[in-house]
Design a protein around this ligand. Structure first.
Ligand SMILES: Cc1ncc(C[n+]2csc(CCOP(=O)(O)OP(=O)(O)O)c2C)c(N)n1
Ligand SMILES: [Mg+2]
Length: 374
């Protein structure tokens, strides 16, 4: 019987061996991943508290309940790989290559001080106070500058991947996008380009079920956004976005596939946006989303899921699992005692640095805006 195109596509997706990567993770890896889940969560709740306390202004875009997508996708990358985080991925800027040492300034990620200075809009931030959130990047740390236009980072990612290949590199570029962003024309143009040229671009779709106030069924006619991949003849994988190990497995599978020259793929991570689109939208979101849906979406907290796995594998006792109980709690319910002290200390260093960093001088207002004649 002749092989159809659909068979070919299925073959590509079936070539992936699920579970093979996480099976090789050590006990220390599990502990580090759990710690990183706490760190991403703490970043979120601490900023909300700082704002409530009046020490911080500006809109916050929460990644609460989506931390496993960030930790699981970053954990298997090589330092020289590139990432392109967007508004939902703020912790990724300082969690890239964090395995190389949280306080190691030479690692291929931003420091927590830089990221906090960005949030506080201070002179020591990469954006020098032009924005309080994700409009930053770093060529030296291999972080592509996020764009405001949704899906706008994928063509940039394809370009970076293309350039790296032309210069003999083997870096992979990981792009993050919300499921709503997949409806953008540029999403298709860029992934098509990456597929045609077999570029090492892995597109992570963070399917948190909502794009601002639009639910998934009004965004796409299929259940799985990973099926977008079928149109380009590339693999499309679905990961349990609440399980950091499943995200790790599928993203690393796609990363290895890309690195070996086979081309791009899409990894959809199914998760749920715990709060509003941004904190300005919290009150409205409580009205446009059914209460039951929100409760069900938050029921599988990624910290709790990882703890359960670790207890089952004998890597943690029940008592240890109960020591820091951040899971399932909102920013107003949680306290520092719910987080490992290392996590609290690390982020506090970043925040203190930011608060002590001055505002840039007013004369800088036109810097990077107008071309300066010599
Ligand atoms: C091209 C474009 N259209 C609209 C917006 C405004 N906007 C910013 S984020 C967002 C929702 C994005 O939803 P999704 O892609 O699912 O990501 P999420 O916020 O859920 O993580 C919208 C509509 C934009 N930034 N760019
Ligand atoms: Mg979304």
């Amino acid at each position: 019987m002749a092989t159809t195109e659909a068979d070919q596509r299925k073959k590509k997706s079936d070539a992936f061996q699920y579970g093979t990567y996480s099976a090789k993770l050590t006990a220390d890896d599990h502990k580090e991943m759990l710690l990183q889940l706490y760190l991403a969560r703490y970043f979120d709740v601490r900023l909300i508290k700082e704002k409530k306390r009046g020490r911080l202004t500006g809109t916050l875009y929460s990644s609460h309940n989506q931390e496993a997508v960030l930790v699981g996708s970053l954990y298997g990358l090589k330092p020289k790989d590139w990432i392109s985080p967007i508004h939902r991925d703020m912790p990724a800027f300082f969690m890239k290559d964090i395995k190389a040492g949280w306080r190691n300034l030479d690692r291929m990620g931003m420091s927590v001080q830089q990221v906090c200075a960005q949030v506080w809009g201070r002179v020591d931030s990469p954006g020098r106070a032009r924005d309080n959130w994700s409009h930053i990047g770093s060529r030296s740390k291999h972080i592509i500058h996020s764009t405001s236009m949704l899906a706008g980072t994928i063509p940039a990612a394809a370009g970076v991947a293309y350039a790296d290949r032309l210069s003999g590199g083997d870096a992979v570029v990981l792009t993050y996008n919300g499921e709503g962003s997949t409806a953008q024309g540029v999403f298709h143009e860029a992934i098509n380009f990456a597929a045609v040229h077999s570029l090492p671009v892995v597109t992570v779709i963070e399917n948190n079920q909502w794009a601002y106030g639009t639910p998934t069924y009004l965004e796409y006619s299929q259940e799985d956004f990973a099926r977008r991949a079928d149109g380009y003849g590339i693999p499309g994988l679905v990961a349990d976005g609440q399980n950091v190990l499943d995200v790790y497995d599928k993203v690393l599978e796609a990363v290895d596939y890309a690195r070996s020259g086979k081309g791009p793929s899409i990894v959809e991570c199914k998760t749920f946006r715990a709060y509003g689109h941004g904190d300005h939208d919290d009150d409205r979101a409580a009205r446009y989303r059914p209460k039951e849906e929100v409760e069900a979406g938050r029921a599988r907290d990624p910290i709790a899921v990882m703890k359960r796995i670790m207890v089952e594998r004998g890597l943690m006792t029940q008592k240890e699992a109960a020591t820091y109980a951040a899971e399932g709690k909102s920013a107003s319910e949680v306290s520092n005692e719910d987080f490992p002290p290392d996590v609290v200390a690390y982020l506090s260093e970043g925040i203190e640095f930011a608060i002590n960093s001055p505002l840039p001088p007013a004369e800088e207002g036109g810097m990077w805006v107008f071309r300066e004649e010599n």
